[in-house]
Unconditional design. Structure first.
Lengths: 381, 381
């Protein structure tokens, strides 16, 4: 039996999307490719809710996040960044190692720093070049719920607003133009439910202008080259991962056929079902209530649940994949990716498998979870 | 009818390799992935003829070439590099923009700089950090035929020997250990006949040691991270392009099933058939005889052959894809990728389509090409 992939990326990929990879090889310097790439750009704009330029990189999400740093940040540039998990830490470290100065507004993992602390950091530092925000912190299952306010702070000051939306775009609200996001980064294998290996990025006109005037000393993630090749020929500067481009195009079709709003409601309903169902089973989420993600559910282990044993049971006896903890949360939590194609069958199979695995570990689990979870999803599925 | 993809990458991908992409999504932090990645590493070592470390990057070849620069070159490092085409130029420019100092030993496009000029440059410059060589210059159809001598120069002086073998590895001789290649880079979609999007790179122990002591200020192409993740867990630091990893693994199986020597002989025979067949049709290769590539055949247009019209006929009337010229050769040559799965049917279909397209353009073509080409391939296919 195939795995049910409840990871926070890669996630389950629909057959239609997988099969698109079998499209025969084409010339990436031909109209065949130009038509494909133009269509991807236009569909990505609709999913990002933006008119900004779109680039599709042949990299994982990390590559695209790195592009958002090396194309904008120069020596001693000051950047404010909320940090409350592994991916925020990693991004802040990259900004520093690249020569920038990351001002970290920290919160304990599982919580968001209060918005007032960001404002404070902003007031205390002059010449802030950009605010970077990891919208969904995949390592802890938290979502930053004040992007609109960060947007306003940037608009007022002229700072660039840069959003790492790798694990969330397509699964929660992110109107790029409305929130004036200068650079928005996501990846194919998360809430957009395509295979991993390509990562789209949107760039506002003012960010683009800045990048064109200050290109980085490298080639592969140098966005100026991507703009040039697209404007001149609707091509990428370097050979694109063709099968993944076809698959991503198909995945975007699925998003647009469902409709973004409906998709976001579905994610919300599945997340609610997970949180309440797990709660009924005696399991608590790692994230504080007001920070909880609708796409990554991080769950505290209770005594008697050994990470390796529990996830081994889930994988080997039920063919359900969930992730372990990351960094300092290793062994302390498990994480469910509730994203992409997630629907009530996924939720119910995951919850029942979690319950049965707990039973095998000798833990008693209340039977209420089943109907509680179902109820949460009845209106949207 | 599907295209016959005679491009210098991407090239025709066998069905077995395409279908491997449909393997169900797995957890890239699990034994499922570790087993896959270990197998890829071991098979890549055999194809590279090396015991060196192997990293498989989720990038095009350019990304892997960039990794060979940013992980080795530091400010003011002197590098010698033969330059006789677009890709050599691009690599030398990257070395300079990254802060190094590229000493270009130039030759007219279509020729290799004499080895004596490289030796001279070496003698005239102290403290050469590395010699970079683009083994096969895809833009002009030339192959550098003295890698063994460059290797010796490096061994004697202690300089790193770095080979961009993107468009050739698997299609011509390249014994990495025998030639003491410190960093060898290739890409999936060329002579290894996998889909584009992943690029393997081999790193010698001394190059690895140097990289671990001097990591670059970035993350995505920082090889120190890849070594760490592989040594600790047989994983990649960032989400790998899983379907392309499966496909690449299958492509390596095909290479090893055929046998490297047999594969190289097949490439040589097909190249000979192309050169002699095209010659019989009145078409001359762009490259000088002693520099001619066995994997990329660059052909001068004769009067009456307009690039757009000719390649349009080939593509639209015969479903055969060949590439145009690159940079300053645009409109002056067309380029045939004779690599990967190339066999006598590919060669004969390509040659007959070229001849018919020339006929449509009003050019008379000698009928001798057909039997001349066939004869060249009779012993190996």
């Amino acid at each position: 039996m195939d795995y049910l992939v409840m990871l926070p990326g890669p996630t389950n990929v629909p057959n239609r999307v997988m099969n698109a990879m079998l499209t025969h090889i084409i010339n990436h310097r031909s109209d065949d490719f130009r038509d494909l790439y133009k269509a991807i750009v236009e569909k990505t704009q609709r999913v990002f809710q933006t008119h900004n330029d779109i680039v599709l990189l042949t990299t994982s999400g990390t590559g695209a996040v790195e592009a958002s740093v090396i194309n904008i940040i120069r020596k001693d540039d000051k950047v404010i960044i909320p940090v409350n998990g592994e991916f925020g830490t990693r991004l802040a470290d990259l900004i520093d190692s690249w020569g920038g100065h990351a001002i970290r507004v920290k919160a304990p993992f599982g919580q968001n720093p209060p918005y007032s602390e960001i404002e404070e950091a902003f007031d205390q530092n002059k010449d802030i070049k950009a605010i970077y925000a990891v919208y969904n912190e995949t390592s802890t299952g938290t979502t930053l719920r004040y992007l609109d306010k960060l947007s306003q702070l940037c608009s007022e000051s002229g700072a660039f607003f840069i959003v790492d939306a790798v694990s969330i775009l397509g699964g929660d609200e992110l109107p790029v133009d409305k929130w004036n996001v200068d650079i928005c980064v996501t990846a194919s294998q998360k809430a957009l439910a395509a295979p991993p290996g390509v990562s789209p990025i949107s760039i506002s006109p003012r960010a683009k202008k800045h990048m064109q005037a200050n290109p980085p000393p490298t080639q592969y993630l140098n966005l100026k080259r991507y703009f040039k090749y697209y404007e001149e020929n609707f091509e990428t500067p370097f050979t694109p991962a063709l099968p993944l481009f076809h698959a991503f195009s198909e995945a975007l079709d699925l998003v647009l056929e469902e409709g973004l709003n409906k998709r976001i409601l579905r994610h919300k309903a599945c997340a609610d079902a997970f949180y309440e169902g797990l709660n009924a089973m005696g399991l608590s989420p790692f994230a504080k209530q007001d920070a909880r993600s609708n796409v990554v559910i991080a769950v505290n282990y209770m005594p008697g649940m050994d990470d390796k044993r529990f996830r081994g049971l889930l994988s080997q006896q039920f063919r359900v994949l969930v992730a372990g903890g990351f960094g300092e949360l290793k062994g302390k939590v498990f994480r469910i990716g509730s994203m992409g194609e997630v629907n009530k069958y996924h939720v119910m199979r995951t919850l029942s498998s979690v319950a049965y695995s707990m039973n095998i570990l000798g833990l008693n689990v209340s039977p209420d979870a089943a109907s509680i979870a179902l109820k949460r999803m009845e209106n949207v599925m």
